[in-house]
Design a protein around this ligand. Structure first.
Ligand code: GDP
Ligand code: IMO
Ligand code: MG
Length: 429
């Protein structure tokens, strides 16, 4: 039996969707446990690209997909995504999709506040996805959030929306000179969504624990990345949830003893969308070349992703924070054609070389990467399906990552397609 957590080790967009879709073949349930539709997870099957923002990436494999209690859900986006996935010829019914009754709802005022705040910050903005994620998690922590269980109780829902708007409208008006929101129209819109989504809402913790009793295998799908974690990331340039593996249990209502492995998804280089420190960022032709070849545009907002070399300080930080038991290296094909490759093995700070990730943003910004240079390869590796068939320099690059992280590589991805993958070890079989 295996129950595996997949998490991003960098700043998101490592290729989690692709790896989850691949590994879901042998899982029974695929579980999102944090974040919301700030995520954009891309799957490419038979040449067809599908991007999911809120429905777990196991849906293409026909698995039971769970939106756990730790997720924040915009019900409008979810309803639209159900229609979109169906339009791709994929079945969604109450057996295939389950939403936690404890998951918090992203309300129209969350999105509005997120956007208004970012705009008012000007140069100092975080560069959020504008999906209302932060304001929704704020209300959850402040114990005034609205959950799916409330949505299913019309009277309770109405009272909660009216109460929330008393405060939100005053805030929107006074702070941002923004238009206020009308309670009735929100209540009517959400009532329709409640009718549509009610069949999927259940206690997903009870469901998952029963699945475990029945010897089913669970795959937990992290969103964002370790360095966007609200506590362990580059605060305040982070998202508003815990993105690390430990939260898979909390965000789904499953005990830690069930977990058998944690696979960290590692892009063969580094990218970041939005603002915040990024020690190995390349602001030169090589950065542009990687951005172009890797088609590095955000799957949610379409923003150009910042690109840089692989950073082992970042990866080793993730290894520690998540207890990684294996790595999946993605987008190795994108590095083909470069004369040489750099791997950051440490940072220079105040005349010393350090191997840790400083907690102080000021210190992190002062860090200069220390690089080790490896020779590149010319060949197109997207057709390779066995490790032994990779060019020697590509093998050396991978071996060096294993040496520096002391974690075995289990999967190497050489293209966006499900089949464009070298599987060295599958934890599920
Ligand atoms: P996620 O958020 O971690 O699921 O990643 P995204 O879907 O946001 O971004 C990853 C992008 O890289 C998507 O466009 C994928 O289709 C693509 N991708 C994933 N793996 C590979 C790979 O090995 N090679 C190439 N060239 N593209 C890949
Ligand atoms: P996936 O799951 C990359 C970034 C935003 C911003 C910061 C805060 O596709 O890897 P938020 O809207 O969450 O309040 O924005 O976090 N961010 C992501 N970056 N991939 C993601 O998800 C992201 N989700 C949020 O760009 O810098
Ligand atoms: Mg993404």
């Amino acid at each position: 039996m295996a129950n595996i957590i997949i998490i991003g080790t960098q700043w998101g967009d490592e290729g989690k969707g692709k790896v989850v879709d691949l590994l879901a073949e042998h899982a029974d349930c695929v579980v999102r446990f944090q974040g919301g539709n700030n995520a954009g997870h891309t799957m490419v099957v038979d040449g067809k690209q599908i991007i999911s923002h809120i429905i777990p990436s196991g849906i293409l494999q026909g698995k039971t997909c769970i939106i756990g209690n730790g997720v924040v859900v915009d019900p409008l986006v979810l309803a639209e995504e159900i229609d979109y996935i169906r339009s791709m010829g994929i079945e969604i019914n109450e057996d295939k999709l389950k939403i936690s009754d404890k998951a918090h709802l992203i309300m129209p005022y969350h999105t509005k506040i997120d956007l208004a705040r970012e705009e008012s910050k000007g140069e100092n903005k975080i560069g959020t996805t504008g999906r209302g994620i932060g304001p929704c998690y704020e209300d959850k922590a402040a114990r005034r959030g609205i959950r799916f269980i409330d949505l299913l109780d019309p009277q309770e829902f109405e009272e909660k929306v009216k109460k929330a708007l008393e405060e939100k409208n005053r805030y929107l008006e006074a702070f941002f000179s923004a238009d206020t929101l009308d309670a009735e129209s929100i209540i009517n819109q959400y009532r329709e969504l409640a009718d549509k989504l009610a069949p999927y809402v259940t206690d997903t913790s009870v469901f998952l624990n029963q699945a475990l009793k029945n010897n089913q295998q669970l795959l937990f799908e992290g969103a964002q990345g370790t360095h966007l974690d609200i506590e362990h990331g580059t605060y305040p340039f982070v998202t508003s949830s815990n993105t690390v593996a430990g939260n898979a249990c909390c965000g789904s209502g499953v005990g830690p003893q069930a977990i058998t492995g944690v696979i960290g998804i590692v892009k063969a280089y580094t990218t970041r969308v939005g603002r915040g420190p990024f020690p190995t960022e390349l602001l030169d032709d090589i950065g542009d070349a990687i951005q172009e070849k890797g088609a590095e545009f955000g799957a949610t907002t379409g923003r150009r992703r910042r690109c840089g070399w692989l950073d082992m300080v970042v990866l080793n930080n993730s290894a520690r924070l998540n207890g990684l038991t294996g790595l999946a290296i993605t987008k190795l094909d994108v590095l083909g054609g470069l004369d040489s490759l750099e791997i950051c093995t440490g940072y220079e700070l105040d005349g010393n070389t350090i191997q840790y990730f400083p907690s102080s943003l000021k210190k992190l910004e002062a860090c200069r990467p220390v690089y080790e240079t490896l020779p590149g390869w010319e060949e197109d590796i997207s057709v390779v399906r066995a490790f032994d068939d990779l060019p020697q320099n590509a093998k050396n690059y991978l071996k060096r990552i294993e040496e520096l992280s002391e974690i075995p590589i289990k999967i190497v991805s050489v293209g966006p397609g499900r089949e464009e993958t070298i599987v060295l070890e599958n934890d599920f079989v």
